[in-house]
Design a protein around this ligand. Structure first.
Ligand code: ATP
Ligand code: MG
Length: 900
């Protein structure tokens, strides 16, 4: 049965049983604890937590999931993908354990002809939480299986919670026995409380049913928690692995061989010339390739771009591992342009954005491969140098520091270092490497903790939310409103009052303040009350629906009994609206100039300023930047209407609205902001102007690189844009004044001036050298005689290193031929002292060395130096003893010269 049919049957089964069919949400969630959606229940969390009322009692979905912790298992077990799809059915206070067991059992055991999956009941083993008699009884009743077929597992396997106080409950898994070739024989009655590792690939977990029934007051670990009561409404959350069922029903060995994944392995065999199934290590690599190509494509499809932290880093790692594995399989060419389209053809049948957005997706992926290939090239050179040094020194181990530097600075993966070292007969201090990696991770963690700051602990906000519900949020309607304080916080804890001068947090029942989100900074303004005033420093939404103001008490004392008047600074808001609408305009202009593959990957705007990051691999030309600015200006001049509306995500997509990285959507409505109708349509929660002309102006001030594959454009809007232009005009005015010319002639004038300056400098240099050398004949003639040796020791004030050297060489050339001669010149310029010594052949024949002379006088000059026997150079910073040093020269010559 192909995957599409398994998918269809799942949804049909639950739809027929009264479930609303809900499409998969994006892989990106707005949840501080989750990097990606990792289970089917994630989009339904607000319903399970009672924060929102579900529009249905039963729902079913097939949700895209990414589980990065499973990355090391990929290809090694038969059943773990970094990307997979989870089929689920959900009950919100409707049916419970019995209904869930019946629905699941019916679907998997119903004969194929009748629309089921036709799995043999003899091979199926339900598991329950140890001692969950209710579940055991229900399984026996529904399936007719004897008690001995039901496995009892401990809370690590079979108790579900979110790791924090809130809902929890026992689980039941459905396990499928794949037979003795996949693991040892077992006896159900003695299995548990943990599932032995050697049985995990034999007793394959295909479905997990979670019975949400308990209220947890504390969760210390997976198996240590306090149940404080029962949930008023009991819920069902289940997850069936689509890929796992597919490999069972398709008679394949593992999830990488199913119909929607295996074609990539086939292509990889063709590219590498290796056969899948011939060698264990190679097979793992083939599976890694197939898995990672698919996962990274799905992530890019949902808006992730490669980067050095967070989601971007996960994507980068997946892409690089895929490329690396292909190299280990023997293919060194570009591989993604060959492999990814194959995955697109399969997955695109379900996710049509992969097809419609292919130009962008493929560009991001291919650019990352190209960047990695460059990294490999540079890293290989560094590696070769390091390996050469180790060998030259007679060693056989590449140090942990070297391996770490290769990894940290050049992004060179350790497994590559290991392998290349082995090829050269070297070992790598892996332990040292791992130690350094661990240190780095600790540093990163400490950083992250430090950054979390004031909103690190959301429990207290959640408490406020549970008590008072969502804030009535009026940012779109008004700039000021009366409101009532609901809670005051200081240092993260509730307080009865905030005194004058204090900084604390304030939750109001309603507020006109925009909380930072979607790239737009928080509003500024004041909150006044009878006898006092607060300055609003920051506004955030630490939990969905709850607006928290960070305030400083300027005057008076605030306690919750007082009514307040909240007022956004209107000037600030005007600037913010201009900047945010300006961001949309620049984005649309960017796409008009560069084409639809240029897609925003992040943005930030505050009054007067905006920046936009977008996936693009080359620097923009000055013409492109000017065109973007011009298209933006034309959009302002056309005075396009700005409008917004709420609609379903589906409608928004049909409208061509651009959904961006990091934004999340409930199953309810999304807000679409459009400028000039279809010209610019984006999902956006920000505040905007009413007409594009109100943006005032858009002045692009820079275009730079922000990491591989990403560029940043910066611009100023409104009065700030004007201010920038005015400053530039002032600069031009000052220059034309100074140069007595017209603005149009300015560039020509400056060019001519620099040209003249350069010529003058050259002449000056010539004159200086001539003057310096002019003295050299005289110096040579005035050489003193130390025994048989002619010695010139001369002080050249104002001469720096290069000049001193030239003078010394010149004087040496002018000393009488055939006689030993030594020249030492000490110059000083700009606080630096330079000494150069030169000897001729005859002097060297008498054992006189320029290097030794420099070493002898150097310490007097507060420095050191040295060099060869014929010419040597040194320097220092102490000019006070130059004469002493010169006097020392004759003495040293006399001491060192060998009598001839
Ligand atoms: P396992 O112990 O096998 O890793 P799990 O306990 O992590 O599974 P759940 O969190 O209960 O799994 O997820 C529900 C279902 O999703 C599982 O029964 C399985 O069918 C599927 N699933 C979980 N992780 C993966 C994965 N990495 N790749 C493919 N399918 C998965
Ligand atoms: Mg798991």
């Amino acid at each position: 049965m192909d995957t599409a049919e398994i998918r269809r049957r799942f949804l049909a089964h639950f739809e027929a049983a009264g479930h609303a069919v809900v499409p998969s949400a994006s892989l990106l969630v707005d949840d501080p604890n989750l990097m990606f959606v990792n289970a089917g229940m994630v989009p339904f969390k607000p319903y399970f937590l009672g924060q929102e009322t579900p529009p249905y009692d039963r729902a079913t979905s097939i949700q895209k999931c990414v589980r990065t912790p499973d990355i090391e298992d990929v290809g090694k077990t038969t059943r773990h993908g970094t990307f997979f799809e989870m089929c689920g059915n959900f009950s919100f206070g409707d049916y419970f354990k019995e209904g869930a067991i019946e629905l699941a059992w019916d679907l998997i055991t119903k004969p194929v002809e009748d629309g089921g999956y036709g799995l043999e009941a003899e091979r199926l083993y339900p598991s329950v939480l140890v001692g969950d008699e209710e579940a055991i009884g229900l399984w026996m009743k529904v399936t007719g299986l004897p008690r001995e077929r039901i496995v009892q597992l401990g809370p690590k396997e079979n108790y579900w919670s979110m790791g924090v106080p809130g809902p929890g409950g026992p689980c039941s898994e459905i396990l499928y026995d794949r037979g003795p070739e996949w693991g040892p024989d077992f006896d159900v009655t003695t299995l548990g409380p943990d599932m032995p590792v050697e049985l995990e690939d034999r007793l394959l977990e295909i479905w997990n049913l979670v019975f949400m029934q308990d209220e947890l007051s504390a969760v210390r670990s997976k198996s240590d928690f306090d149940i404080s009561g029962s949930l008023p409404k009991k819920n069902i959350d289940t997850g069936m692995g689509l890929d796992r069922v597919a490999f069972l029903l398709q008679g394949k060995q593992n999830m990488y061989e199913i119909d929607v994944v295996y074609p990539v392995i086939e292509k990889a065999q063709e590219l590498t010339g290796k056969k899948y199934g011939a060698d264990h290590d190679d097979d793992v690599r083939f599976r890694v390739v197939a898995d990672h190509v698919r996962s990274s494509m799905m992530l890019i499809g949902d808006g992730v771009t490669p980067g050095n932290d967070g989601r971007g880093y996960v994507l980068r790692r997946l892409l690089r591992r895929a490329v690396r594995s292909m190299r280990l399989l023997g293919c060194e060419d570009r591989v993604l342009p060959e492999l990814m389209p194959i995955s697109r053809d399969k997955m695109g049948e379900t996710y049509d954005n992969l097809v419609s957005d292919w130009a962008r997706i493929s560009q991001v992926a291919y650019a990352e491969e190209d960047a990695f290939r460059k990294t490999l090239q540079a890293g290989t050179q560094i590696f070769d140098t390091a390996a050469g040094e180790v060998k030259k020194a007679g060693g056989s181990v590449l140090s942990g520091e070297r391996a770490f530097a290769l990894h940290d600075t050049y992004g060179f993966p350790i497994d590559l270092t290991l392998e290349m070292a082995a090829e050269q007969g070297l070992q790598v201090d892996e332990q040292g490497f791992r130690g350094l990696m661990a240190e780095q991770r600790e540093r990163a963690k400490a950083d992250a903790r430090a950054k979390k700051g004031a909103h690190g602990d959301t429990a207290v906000y959640r408490g406020i939310f549970d008590e008072f519900g969502p804030t009535e949020w009026l940012a779109y309607e008004t700039l000021e409103t009366e409101s009532r304080p609901l809670a005051l916080l200081s240092g993260g804890a509730a307080v009865p009052r905030l005194a004058q001068g204090e900084v604390g947090e304030l939750v109001l029942d309603r507020t006109p303040f925009y909380a930072e989100s979607g790239g737009q900074v928080a509003d500024a303004g004041t909150i006044v009350f009878d006898g006092g005033e607060l300055e609003v420093i920051d506004v955030q939404r630490p939990v969905k629906g709850l607006v928290v103001h960070q305030v400083r008490v300027l005057d008076g004392e605030l306690d919750p009994s007082r009514l307040v008047h909240a007022r956004v600074d209107p000037e600030w808001r005007t600037g913010a609206r201009q900047a945010h609408s300006g961001t949309h305009v620049v984005h649309a202009a960017l796409r008009e100039v560069l084409g639809p593959t240029a897609l925003q990957s992040g943005s930030y705007n505050r009054p007067g300023y905006l920046r936009l990051d977008f996936g693009w691999t080359q620097a923009l030309s000055p013409e492109q930047v000017r065109d973007i600015e011009l298209v933006s200006q034309q959009a302002l001049r056309a005075d396009l209407a700005v409008a917004w509306d709420y609609m379903t995500l589906e409608q928004a997509k049909e409208w061509g609205a651009i959904a961006l990285f990091g934004e999340t959507y409930d199953n309810t409505k999304v807000r679409v902001v459009e400028i000039g109708g279809p010209w610019s349509r984006e999902l956006c929660g920000g505040t905007h102007v009413d007409h594009s002309s109100q943006i005032g102006t858009v002045v692009v001030t820079g275009e730079t690189s922000v990491g591989s594959g990403n560029r940043r454009i910066e611009a100023l809007t409104g009065v700030e844009g004007f201010g920038y232009l005015a400053r530039e005009r002032d600069v031009v005015a000052q220059l034309t004044g100074m140069l007595k010319t017209q603005p149009d002639d300015l560039v020509g004038r400056v060019q001519a001036l620099t040209e003249r300056l350069r010529t003058a400098e050259k002449e000056l240099e010539k004159a200086r050298v001539a003057q310096l050398l002019g003295a050299s004949a005289e110096l040579a003639a005035s050489a003193s005689q130390v025994g048989p040796v002619k010695v010139v020791a001369h002080r050249a004030d104002g001469a720096a290193g290069g000049d001193v050297r030239q003078l010394a060489m010149d004087v040496r050339g002018r000393l009488p031929q055939g006689e030993p001669g030594v020249v030492v010149i000490i110059g000083q310029a700009d606080g630096k002292v330079s000494v150069v010594a030169a000897t001729n052949d005859e002097a060297r024949a008498r054992g006189l060395s320029a290097g030794e002379l420099v070493r002898a006088v150097g310490p007097l000059l507060g420095g050191k130096g040295g060099g060869k026997d014929d010419v040597a150079q040194g320097g220092g910073t102490d000019a006070s003893r130059i004469d002493e040093a010169l006097a020392l020269v004759s003495h040293e010559v006399a001491k060192r010269a060998v009598q001839g």
